[in-house]
Design a protein around this ligand. Structure first.
Ligand code: NAP
Length: 302
């Protein structure tokens, strides 16, 4: 069978694309290597999606999944490992050896969290090292936790963890945060958060579980050991685009596309965090999905 549109990734962008393409009368198949919902399932509370009020990320993920399936979308829980994107019929190869064909492809593979690449990070993963404060924060109730990073994720994680933990260290490698000013203000006014500027982590230490983090001030060269039960890593995102390298134009690892969500390959579109854009948010991911789904439908109408 040749599908009309294959969508890679069942996060908000991919599922929005499926909703729009299905409603336009095309059959879609959406591939997801993990669970549907993407990054948003790690968010405790979504409160900036217009008109939605407050919902948890998991509730949002379930809701958009049900909506897509309600419009007839098919979700295959398989990792796509290779693609052939040229020509009128595109081919997707999956990790289990299966192959699928479609007339158009929408790439909505999202991003994953960057690692620190320091000793102890891998060894103590799941034993105090985490990339998701909202998933794992409660394990460290009334304990001390460290957050590493200076973007919105780190700032939000620090505030969330301060509501659970006894004390939170926020470690940032510069003396100015990258995140939004209002998020910075929340961190600065929280008495449970101690900020260590100009500080980088050197190693995460502990016997079987995180017990401390060794850090260094990059200006004074002074080293210090922070006693902590957890290290939450929030140092940015890596687009999941390796399999498209050399096949689709990219900029700094992100697939090059403007608001039209159109790539340089005819019939191949991109939506969500994995494309070049200035604001990576739930609302911009779903907007991309709508645009890419509609653009793919228009491409097939031509
Ligand atoms: P980000 O904005 O890229 O920030 C990453 C932070 O980690 C930066 O402060 C960076 O330092 C630091 N960093 C990078 N590599 C490091 C390393 N090896 N060691 C120590 N520190 C390192 O990433 P993010 O916070 O995950 O946010 C990603 C995107 O999602 C952004 O566009 C953000 O605005 C968005 N977001 C939005 C919200 C919201 O609006 N509610 C919430 C979360 C995320 P430098 O500053 O020195 O580069």
């Amino acid at each position: 069978m040749i599908y009309d549109i294959a969508i890679i990734g069942a996060g908000p962008a991919g599922l929005s694309a499926a909703i729009y393409a299905q409603r336009a009368g095309f059959n879609t198949i959406t591939f997801e290597a993990n669970v549907h919902g993407g990054q948003i399932i790690n968010t405790p509370e979504v409160e900036n999606y217009p008109a939605l009020g407050k919902v948890s990320g998991v509730e949002y993920a379930m809701s958009i999944y049900e909506q897509a399936v309600g419009f007839g979308a098919t979700i295959e829980y398989k990792a796509v490992t290779d693609t052939q994107l040229e020509g009128e019929i595109k081919t997707l190869k999956c990790a289990d050896g299966s192959e699928y064909q479609a007339k158009a492809v929408i790439i909505a593979t999202g991003v994953v969290r960057r690692k620190l690449e320091i000793p102890g990070e891998d060894r103590l993963l799941g034993a105090g090292v985490s990339y998701c404060a909202t998933c794992d924060g409660l394990f460290f109730k009334d304990k001390t936790a460290v957050v590493v990073g200076g973007g919105n994720t780190a700032l939000e994680d620090a505030v969330y963890l301060a509501s659970v933990c006894e004390k939170v260290y926020l470690i940032h490698r510069r003396d100015e945060f990258r995140g939004a000013k209002h998020e910075v203000a929340k961190v600065l006014s929280n008495p449970k958060i101690e900020i260590l500027y100009d500080t980088i982590p050197l190693s995460i230490d502990g016997m079987g579980k995180v017990e401390s983090l060794r850090v260094k001030n990059v200006k004074t060269e002074e080293e210090r050991v922070l006693a902590t039960s957890a290290v939450f890593v929030a140092v940015g995102l890596i687009p999941q685009n390796d399999m498209f390298a050399g096949k689709v134009d990219m900029t700094d690892g992100y697939i090059s596309a403007d608001e039209s969500c159109t790539t340089n390959i005819p019939g191949v579109f991109v939506a969500g965090d994995t494309r070049t854009k200035s604001l990576r948010q739930l609302v911009t991911a779903t907007a991309d999905g709508a645009i890419a789904g509609t653009a793919a439908a228009n491409y097939l109408f031509e």
